[in-house]
Structure formats: structure tokens, C-alpha cells
Design a protein around this ligand. Structure first.
Ligand code: HEC
Ligand code: HEC
Ligand code: HEC
Ligand code: HEC
Ligand code: HEC
Length: 433
């Protein structure tokens, strides 16, 4: 018998195949059973029940937060927050996931209605530590988690858990003002920085502000990861491929020069038609040089602008905001200068134009130096109509990314008059002969 005959008659027979596949199915079944047996959450629940001398069955536990369209299984491991196992919802344990310390915020938002992820974010349905999208609050915790849980960021899960002060960004989904609780400091600081630095001169927040840059609330705070080009940041070694999160994207805009993140194509090398290269200027956003604390405050604030569909009964509207009152016209004008974000391009004291790529002089004007050369009427006209288009430094180069926008529809009446009074009050005195 040739090898071929032996093979088909003796070995590769239907009967043998039948046995082989039966064994395979059995093996897979046992494997699945062992996976189920070894579910990551089981030892946590077991340990909790041992500590509490409790004989309830081991099971996946979940909260149906139907009002928010969420199903959260966090209590499968965080058993102390399961009202069935632990009706008081507090205990004295110090170690997570067993700990359920007294927590005033938890008490004000009953878990059976809110679930967990509406505040903490993360992946409510997940039953493993990594998939729940826990986020470390610092480098040390990150290293510890990598060792202990093989922690990594869940790639392209849009809502990783919020750690540290960033957790308080979630509150604004319902509380349109910042609730007066400890932990809100960072968010409030972020809001103040946004006001003082004139982000709104270029960005909008829910439709209010400049049109040069994305709406930080309606676009940025809900930006899908697939719409973010992390390439330049990764190439520059600022983050790794595994760190592509929206929070990091926002953070990088303060931690580094935005031109590194959005380099444009100033020479037009990437143009589709090399005969008529289309140069694109790098980002027009200035590098503010915020420190770490300021950076985190800004990340907290920008992420707090996110809104999601939440039933109206859960909204707590902000009380009306009153404009501060000024008796001095120039001081009111200075406030107007901040309020509309003139500071974003002209500096906090109107004496520092930010860099503007390929604009003649490469900067926005230093108003302290230039406003003295205009009459009141000319200043009003500049503010009302804006200045566009610009003279380029290099005619072949890209259009400058920034220009003086029009404020015609926004600044009128006393605001306009006082703004101009402010500008004329700061004008550098030229020597008079
Ligand atoms: C597989 C079990 C498991 C699930 C599911 C789980 N957790 Fe955890 N969680 C843990 C463990 C374990 C820790 C402790 C981590 C450590 O060692 O620091 C923890 C820690 C935490 C912490 C504290 C983090 C810190 O800074 O110390 C929070 C907050 C938290 N979990 C929230 C949640 C939320 C919200 C969910 C649901 C979306 C969830 N967890 C789902 C196991 C789980
Ligand atoms: C209304 C918002 C809200 C909801 C809903 C909520 N939490 Fe919290 N949670 C908080 C806040 C705020 C803190 C306090 C963080 C701090 O102390 O800085 C906190 C703290 C925690 C901690 C302790 C973290 C630490 O650093 O020690 C854990 C664990 C936790 N929550 C788990 C849960 C679980 C599980 C659920 C759902 C059953 C839940 N939370 C629901 C807002 C919420
Ligand atoms: C899903 C919506 C929602 C989220 C998210 C939420 N809250 Fe609330 N919160 C409410 C509602 C509704 C009440 C009022 C409850 C009542 O009237 O009994 C409330 C009550 C409170 C109260 C009691 C005082 C008051 O204003 O009535 C505080 C304090 C509070 N929330 C703080 C927070 C903080 C801090 C966070 C974020 C960690 C947060 N909330 C997240 C909806 C929410
Ligand atoms: C002079 C104009 C200007 C000012 C002032 C400015 N930005 Fe920007 N910013 C931009 C432009 C333009 C972009 C669009 C992307 C790019 O070209 O870099 C941008 C992008 C961003 C992004 C990423 C947005 C997204 O959707 O991808 C964030 C976050 C951001 N800016 C926050 C701020 C904050 C906060 C401030 C104030 C502290 C600020 N910016 C001030 C011009 C500005
Ligand atoms: C997006 C950036 C940006 C913002 C925001 C901005 N400016 Fe300007 N501004 C410019 C640029 C660029 C010029 C120079 C225009 C040109 O080419 O002549 C300019 C010119 C001016 C001038 C004329 C001075 C000169 O030397 O030409 C005045 C006055 C002025 N801005 C006032 C304001 C005021 C007041 C606000 C706020 C209401 C404001 N700007 C907001 C960018 C900006």
C-alpha cells in the first residue's frame, strides 16, 4: 500500500474525523467553562462575601439606569455599592474594590437611578478591570496597575473613566453651574483661565465667541477619536499610540506648542497638484505656557462642556449670571476686552501680539504701541469690520491662520464706547514737540 492509500483508508477516515472533532468540541466546551469559572470578578465577590459572612450566590450584578440609557455592572466587583448585598451602601474597608466609604455625593444621587458611569464614565457593561476603562490618577498608579492588572487603555473606547479632579467635569451634564462641593476647584479655575486668556476670541463655546477655531463645547468636548489626527504628536514623541484619548488631545494643546500638533503644510509639499502647491499654515493657536496645574484645570473645564441626552428632570439650571458693575469707563472697557477674547490675540494687557504665521511682521499688533496712531472713529471701524485679508510676509506662503475678526454683531453701545476708551487710555504716549 502506498502512503497515499494508507493515509486515506486508515487515518483520514470519516470515523476518525468524527472522533477528532468530538474531542475538539469537548475541549472548547471545557475551555469556555474554565473561562467562566475564572471570571475576573468572581474572586472579588467571593472575598467580599467571606469578609461579610454572606452566602448569596456569585453572579453578575447590574444597575439599570434606564433614564440615561445605561447598564452598569461596576457593582459586580464593587460589591459594597450593591444595595442587595450591602443595604447601607457604606462599609469600613479601605481597599478597592471592596471599599464603600461614606460619600456625600453618592448619597445625593441614588445608585438605583443614576448607576455609576454617568459620573465616573468608563464602560458600564464591562466585567473586567481593563475593559471597565479604569484610568490611573498618576504615573505611580499607572505602573502599579500595569503590573497588577496588565492595565492598558481600551483602544478607541471613547469614554475612559475620569480620575482625580477630572471626575467633576461630569457634574456639568446636569448641574449647569458648578455645585458648591470640594473637588470643584480645578473646574472653576479652568473656567477663569479660559476667560482671562481670551480663548473665546478664536473659539466658540456653544455658539458664542470667534469662528476661527472649533467650538470647544459642541465640537471639541464630544470629538470622536477617529476625527483626531494624533500622527504629529506621536511622531514628536509627545504621547504613545496607546495614549490616544480625547483628554490627552486637549491636554497637549496646553502642554506643548499647538504648532507641533497641527503643523499644517507651510511649503505645500503635500498638495495634490504639485504645479499649484497649496500651502497651509500651522495652527494659529498660541502656546500659552501653562503650568501643570493650570493645564489640568483647563482639561477639566473643556471636558466639562460635554453634554449628553439627559431627561429634563435631572437638569439643575445655573442661576442667571450678572455682569460686574464698573463706575470707570476704561475699567469697564478692559473687562469688555477680556470678555470678547481680544486678549487671545493681543495679550492680557494688549501689549503682546501673538505670533501669526506669515503675517507681515509675524505677529498680531501690540495695541499699546499702535492704537495711538488711530482716531476713535478709526478704532471703532477696525473693531466693527475687522481686517481681512492680510498682507503676507511671503507672497508664496500660506494665508496667515489668524486675522482681526469682525465684532459688529457682538460689541455695541456702551460696551463699544468703553472698549475704545480703554484702548485709547493705554496708548503709549509719544513724545510731543
Ligand atoms: C473586574 C472588577 C471591576 C469592575 C467591573 C470595576 N472595577 Fe473599579 N476597581 C476594581 C479594582 C480591583 C480596583 C482597585 C484598583 C487598585 O488596585 O488600585 C478598582 C478601583 C476603582 C476606583 C478607584 C480608583 C482609584 O483611583 O483608586 C474607582 C473610582 C472605580 N474602580 C470605579 C469603577 C466604575 C465606575 C466601574 C464601572 C464602570 C468599575 N469600577 C468597574 C475592580 C473593578
Ligand atoms: C453623582 C455622581 C456619582 C455617581 C452616580 C457615582 N459616583 Fe462614585 N464617586 C463620585 C465622586 C464625586 C467621588 C469622590 C471622589 C473623591 O473623593 O475625590 C466618588 C468616589 C468613588 C469611589 C472611590 C474612589 C477613590 O478614589 O477612593 C469609588 C470606588 C466609586 N466612586 C465607585 C462608584 C460606583 C461603583 C458607582 C455606582 C454604583 C458610583 N461610584 C456612582 C461620584 C459619583
Ligand atoms: C445625571 C444628572 C446628575 C449628575 C451627573 C450629577 N448630579 Fe448632582 N444632582 C442631580 C439632581 C437631579 C439633584 C437633586 C436631587 C434632589 O433634588 O433630590 C442633585 C443634587 C446634588 C447635590 C445636592 C444639592 C443640590 O443641588 O440639590 C449636590 C451637592 C450635587 N448634586 C453635586 C453633584 C456633583 C459634585 C456631581 C458630579 C460628581 C453631580 N452632582 C453629578 C443630578 C445630577
Ligand atoms: C489665536 C486663536 C486661538 C486662541 C486664543 C486659542 N486657540 Fe485653541 N485653537 C485654535 C485653533 C485655530 C485650533 C484648531 C486646530 C489647530 O489649528 O491647532 C485650536 C485648537 C484647540 C483645541 C483642540 C480642539 C479640537 O477640537 O481638536 C483645544 C482643546 C483648544 N484649542 C483650547 C483652547 C483654549 C482652552 C484656549 C484658551 C486658553 C485656546 N484654545 C485659545 C486657536 C486658538
Ligand atoms: C483672532 C485674533 C484676533 C482677535 C480675537 C482680535 N484681534 Fe485685533 N487684530 C488682530 C490682527 C491679526 C490685527 C492686525 C490686522 C491687520 O493686518 O491690520 C488686529 C488689529 C487690531 C487693531 C488695529 C491695530 C493695528 O495696529 O492695526 C485693533 C484696534 C484691534 N485689533 C483691536 C481688537 C479688539 C478690541 C479685539 C476684541 C474685541 C480684537 N482686536 C480681537 C487679531 C485679533
Amino acid at each position: 500500500m502506498s502512503f497515499r492509500e494508507t493515509f486515506f483508508n486508515k487515518i483520514f477516515t470519516l470515523r476518525n474525523l468524527f472522533f477528532f472533532f468530538n474531542f475538539l468540541v469537548l475541549a472548547l466546551f471545557l475551555y469556555a467553562l474554565s473561562l467562566d469559572w475564572n471570571r475576573e470578578w468572581k474572586p472579588y465577590q467571593k472575598e467580599y462575601k467571606t469578609r461579610e459572612h454572606n452566602k448569596q450566590p456569585l453572579e453578575i450584578k447590574q444597575i439599570l439606569a434606564t433614564d440615561f440609557n445605561r447598564v452598569d455592572r461596576c457593582i459586580t466587583c464593587h460589591t459594597g455599592y450593591d444595595s442587595f448585598t450591602n443595604p447601607t451602601l457604606t462599609n469600613g474597608y479601605k481597599d478597592h474594590p471592596y471599599a464603600a466609604p461614606q460619600n456625600a455625593i453618592h448619597q445625593k444621587h441614588p445608585f438605583e437611578k443614576y448607576g455609576c458611569a454617568v459620573c465616573h464614565e468608563g464602560q458600564g457593561l464591562a466585567t473586567t478591570f481593563v475593559d471597565a476603562a479604569h484610568m490611573p490618577k498618576d504615573e505611580n498608579q499607572k505602573k502599579e496597575w500595569e503590573k497588577k492588572y496588565h492595565w492598558e487603555i481600551v483602544e478607541f473606547w471613547e469614554q475612559p473613566m475620569k480620575a482625580g479632579p477630572l471626575l467633576y467635569a461630569s457634574c456639568s451634564k446636569c448641574h449647569q453651574a458648578h455645585p458648591k462641593v470640594a473637588g470643584m476647584e480645578s473646574l472653576k479655575k479652568g473656567e477663569k483661565l479660559v476667560f482671562e486668556n481670551g480663548c473665546i476670541g478664536c473659539h466658540q463655546i456653544r455658539g458664542e465667541g470667534g469662528t476661527i477655531a472649533p467650538d470647544l463645547a459642541e465640537e471639541t468636548s464630544v470629538k470622536p477619536l477617529t476625527r483626531i489626527d494624533f500622527g504629529p504628536a506621536i511622531n514628536a514623541g509627545l504621547i504613545s499610540k496607546k495614549e490616544r484619548t480625547l483628554e490627552n488631545w486637549i491636554r497637549l494643546h496646553f502642554a506643548t506648542a499647538p504648532q507641533v500638533l497641527t503643523p499644517g503644510d507651510p511649503e505645500g509639499h503635500l498638495s495634490a497638484d504639485p504645479k499649484h502647491p497649496q500651502a497651509v499654515a500651522p495652527s494659529g493657536m498660541p502656546y500659552f505656557g501653562f503650568n501643570k496645574e493650570e493645564t489640568e484645570a483647563l482639561v477639566a473645564y473643556v471636558t466639562s462642556l460635554k453634554r449628553e441626552k439627559i431627561p429634563y428632570i435631572y437638569y439643575r439650571e445655573a442661576p442667571p449670571k450678572y455682569e460686574p458693575v464698573f463706575t470707570d469707563a476704561a475699567q469697564h472697557g478692559r473687562y469688555v476686552f477680556q470678555k470678547y477674547g481680544c486678549t487671545g490675540c493681543h495679550g492680557k494687557n494688549a501689549n503682546k501680539g501673538i505670533p501669526v504665521f506669515n503675517r507681515q511682521g509675524q505677529r498680531a499688533p501690540d495695541l499699546v504701541k499702535t492704537v495711538g496712531t488711530f482716531t476713535r472713529e478709526e478704532l471703532i471701524k477696525k473693531i466693527q469690520t475687522g481686517v481681512n485679508p492680510e498682507v503676507k510676509e511671503n507672497p508664496q506662503g500660506p494665508t496667515p491662520p489668524l486675522y482681526m475678526p469682525t465684532f459688529k454683531e457682538k460689541i455695541k453701545g456702551t460696551e463699544l464706547e468703553d472698549l475704545v476708551t480703554y484702548l485709547t487710555s493705554i496708548a503709549e504716549k509719544t513724545e510731543e514737540w
